[in-house]
Design a protein around this ligand. Structure first.
Ligand code: PLP
Length: 392
């Protein structure tokens, strides 16, 4: 046997803002044998999952589960409710908002695209202004990304709903909660969201492969009137089969086992405690940034993000060089800068199955990487984060 100096002992630190770390009990749940998805045992699994999933979205209405990534969830929401040529209002908060807009464009929708600086969330006043201007109700839907994972900025969905109501506009409200769900309080019903899109691999602590649409009664009505040319994503078929505990086609059985266990873990901890834990770790991470004298991409404290913190590199220093150094030296993956932030920022994921010492390991790896890479910073961010954790 030849030895390998690249061998990594211990656990890899997966600190990208999704996929997030998967708890051991979820991995074990997924290792169960596959069962017949049309057999007598399946409805109990489906019903248990749907029942435990609704409180995570804070909804009484339907949540549909698809074997797909989050991108499929975006497409599903648009295809069910809208038709080519329909106008939608969307906001350039960052990379994911831009990708959703691209999907909408490819489906033939007409986008009213509000440019942004990638450092702020959606301005509710702008929503109100654009909808008020649209006196013929040509805009059929408003698309909003709750947590923009590329920038670590969380838009204020409740206030955006109030703006839509103030404009007395009938557009559907569609929200991407892929990286906020189970990290940040989310109120599908109370915020009057018509379609919430989410996915398995962020706060839900699962591997990638499931996407979700939580759907209001209004959205279901609009979908029933819609003559779109699509089949796989149809909500009506999903609804009909789910009511009997089944799916219209073969579901991802083992991911559903994992989902049931992940939901058990979330409810055991208590969702409010889950949100508080994320909020505490995000605050400690910002304390580290302040200690290092490095800048947070998010400029508005009312929009600070529980799931991830995007860190600006000092000018002339490449974020991906730092990430590579940290990966090879400390076996930790940090999130890359996406889109126009490529090379300019790195992102620290602090979501999902994550605790104090995992956070401190993560921040220590960052501080050592900054030092080894001669990146200008002040020493002691790690200490500030520890103080924040103890003090909070
Ligand atoms: C991760 C993520 C997605 C989903 O991306 P997929 O790669 O298709 O799963 C969508 N929106 C946001 C905000 C995300 O963070």
């Amino acid at each position: 046997m030849s030895s390998n100096s690249n061998y990594k002992a211990g656990r890899h630190f997966l600190q990208i803002p999704g996929p997030s770390n998967v708890p051991d009990s979820v991995l074990r749940a997924m290792a169960k044998p596959v069962i017949d998805h049309r057999g007598p045992e399946f409805p109990a699994l489906t019903q248990s999952i749907l029942e435990k999933l609704k409180p995570v979205f804070n909804t009484q209405s339907n949540v549909f589960i698809y074997p797909a990534s989050g991108t499929g969830g975006w497409e599903c929401a648009l295809l069910n409710c809208l038709s080519p040529g329909d106008k939608v209002l969307a906001f350039e908060t960052g990379h994911f908002a831009t990708l959703w807009k691209d999907v909408a464009e490819k489906l033939g929708l007409h986008i009213l695209w509000m440019p942004g600086d990638w450092r702020h969330g959606i301005n509710p006043m702008l929503v109100q202004e654009k909808l008020t201007e649209d006196s013929n109700y040509e805009i059929k839907a408003v698309l909003a990304v709750h947590t923009e994972t590329s920038t670590g900025v969380t838009s204020r969905i409740g206030e955006i709903r109030q703006a839509m109501d103030a404009a007395k506009h009938p557009a559907l409200f569609m929200v991407d909660a892929v990286s906020s769900l189970a990290c940040t309080e989310y109120q599908h019903d109370d915020w009057g969201v018509d379609v919430t899109v989410s996915a398995s691999q962020k706060g839900l602590m699962l591997p990638p492969g499931l996407s979700f649409n939580a759907v209001s009664e209004l959205a279901l009505e609009r979908a029933a009137e819609n003559q779109g040319m699509h089949s796989y994503w149809r909500w009506d078929a999903m609804l009909e089969h789910n009511q009997r505990g089944y799916f219209p086609y073969t579901p991802s059985t083992n991911l559903l086992y994992g989902l049931e266990e992940a939901l058990n873990l979330l409810h055991r901890e208590g969702l409010d405690n889950v949100y508080a834990r994320h909020s505490r770790f995000a605050a400690a991470t910002r304390a580290a940034l302040a200690g290092w004298e490095l800048e947070n991409v998010c400029l508005n404290p009312a929009e600070f993000c529980n799931s991830t913190t995007a860190v600006m590199m000092p000018e002339g220093y490449d974020a991906d060089d730092l990430r590579e150094d940290i990966l090879s030296r400390f076996d930790m993956s940090l999130g890359t800068g996406l889109g126009r932030l490529k090379g300019l920022v790195f992102r620290i994921g602090h979501l999902g199955d994550f605790n104090e010492l995992m956070l401190m390991g993560t921040l220590s790896g960052v501080e050592m990487g900054l030092k080894l890479g001669d990146v200008p910073h002040r020493t002691g961010g790690v200490q500030q984060a520890m103080d924040a954790l103890i003090g909070s």
